[in-house]
Structure formats: C-alpha cells, structure tokens
Design a protein around this ligand. Structure first.
Ligand SMILES: [Fe+2]
Ligand SMILES: [Fe+2]
Length: 277
C-alpha cells in the first residue's frame, strides 16, 4: 500500500527552460505514434487539470478536516502549476508544426460541455478516474525514465516532475469523493466512460497531428509502438492492471503502492530537482 504523504502536499516552484527548445518533430522514442501520444496528452493537460481543480474546489467549502483542506490546497497548487508549465511546453511543440492549440481548444470546448451537462458529483467522479490514469502514466514514466531519453531536456524534466506530483496527490480527489459523494456505482460507471472517451480522444488527436504534419507512420514505427504500448512491459498493459483494481469494491488509490517511485526522487533525478526555484 502507498503510505500517505507525511504533512501537506506542497507544490514545487519549477522553472523549465523551454525557450528555443531544440527537438525533432517526433522526438519521443523517435517514433511518430509514441510522440503524438505524449504530445496529445501534454496538449490536453492544461484544460484537463483546470477542470480537475474546478471539480474539487466545488466541495472545498463543505470540508472542515484541516488535513484534507491542506491536501486540497496542495492539489490545487500542484495542478495549477502543471497546467502553466505544459502551456509553455505546448507553445514550443507548436513551433514544430504540431497543432497543439487545436487540441487545447477542442479540450476547452469539451470541458465547457462537461461543466454544463455533468453535475458536481459526476465531475468529481470523472476527476477521480482521470487522476487514476495520470498516476498510472506517472508510475510508468518514473519506472522507465529512459523512454524520455531522446526527448529534449525541458520535456523530460517536466514530465518526470509532473509524474512525482501526480503520485503525491493521487488520493486527494478520491478522498474528497469518498467523503462527499461516496457512490461506488457512479465511480465505476464514470471510469468506463472516462476510459473510452480518453483513449478515443487521444487517438483522434494523434490522427489530426499526423494529418497536419503529413506524416505516414512506417511499418517499423507501428511495430515499435505496438511493443511500447502493449508489449510485455508496455505502458498500456501495465495501466490495465491498475484499472482492474480500480473496479474492485472498496478500492483506494493507496492500494497500489507507488511510493518507492517517489521516495528519494531528488537523488535519482538530481537534474530535475535542480529546476526548482
Ligand atoms: Fe497534473
Ligand atoms: Fe493530478
């Protein structure tokens, strides 16, 4: 079991040098299918994370427990900072001809629709589901940081720092949900919707990027990407195990132990820790 974070969840002030980032158009693993997956995620993060903040903030005023209130403030601070950093990164990736603003505009419209159509309970359930995915992705990146070796420094640093904080705050939205909503059926039903919508949206954005850049992935790229996502230690295969646990009755994010990946991360990634200001 992941041990709960001692003390408050603290947002770190980071400064990444995204100016004049030199990078190949498809820099992640030198593969367009893998790169477009990460670019799509990065383009979705700022709007997505502002939505998570909105969903949790709705319940903030109904909570009196000081530890939970401190965790919520930490969560909001971390997610707000992630969004701003990814905005900077996305501006640089856009310069490579990748339509990042098309994706973020699409996300903004989607978020507005969700705020209109979903009540606060479902918005929070959706946040819980998405936070599960971000923690799973974070686990994969911290366990396999070499997948970012060919990415530019700022990109690699940002993704690793973001991963650490995603694991640190992974239970915050969940704990608020359990305290304020506590509907297991809705939690699982919304996860099904979230899963279908997230992966179909990413695939749609990947196609749009490849179309815009007029890049046709080669057979080798398809083969590498299949291994990267679905191979023995593949990212999505690893993710699937965690999703199965999420559907168990009484599941809590700390049931999945990811603490070894964030304990002592400053020593393992001193170059990332050095970006703190
Ligand atoms: Fe985040
Ligand atoms: Fe998060």
């Amino acid at each position: 079991m992941t041990k709960p974070i001692d003390g408050a969840i603290k947002p770190r002030r980071m400064q990444f040098n995204t100016d004049d980032m030199k990078m190949a158009q498809f820099a992640i693993e030198n593969n367009s299918l893998i790169s477009t997956f990460f670019y799509s995620l990065s383009a979705m993060f700022p709007e997505g994370e502002r939505f998570f903040i909105h969903a949790v903030r709705h319940y903030q005023k109904s909570i009196s427990d000081p530890k939970m209130l401190a965790d919520i403030r930490g969560f909001i601070g971390q997610e707000a900072h992630h969004g701003r950093c990814h905005d900077d990164l996305n501006d640089q990736i856009e310069k490579l001809g990748i339509p990042m603003s098309m994706i973020s505009n699409n996300m903004a419209a989607r978020v507005e629709m969700l705020k209109r159509r979903f009540g606060p309970e479902r918005q929070l359930a959706l946040t819980v589901a998405m936070e599960h995915f971000t923690a799973s992705l974070a686990e994969f990146l911290l366990a396999n940081p070499e997948v970012l070796d060919q990415a530019p420094e700022a990109f690699r640093h940002m993704m690793l720092w973001h991963s650490v904080e995603e694991i640190e705050h992974k239970a915050v939205a969940f704990d608020v949900y359990r305290l304020q909503v506590d509907n297991e059926w809705m939690r699982r039903r919304v996860m099904v919707i979230a899963m279908v919508s997230l992966f179909s949206r990413i695939a749609f954005f990947q196609v749009r990027i490849l179309w815009k850049t007029k890049h046709m992935p080669s057979f080798t790229e398809w083969r590498q990407a299949a291994k990267f996502f679905w191979g023995k230690k593949g990212m999505l295969r690893a993710n699937a195990g965690g999703v199965k646990k999420f559907f168990q009755r009484g599941f809590h994010p700390n049931d999945i132990d990811q603490s070894a990946l964030i304990d002592g991360w400053e020593e393992r990634f001193p170059e990332v820790a050095a970006q703190q200001v």
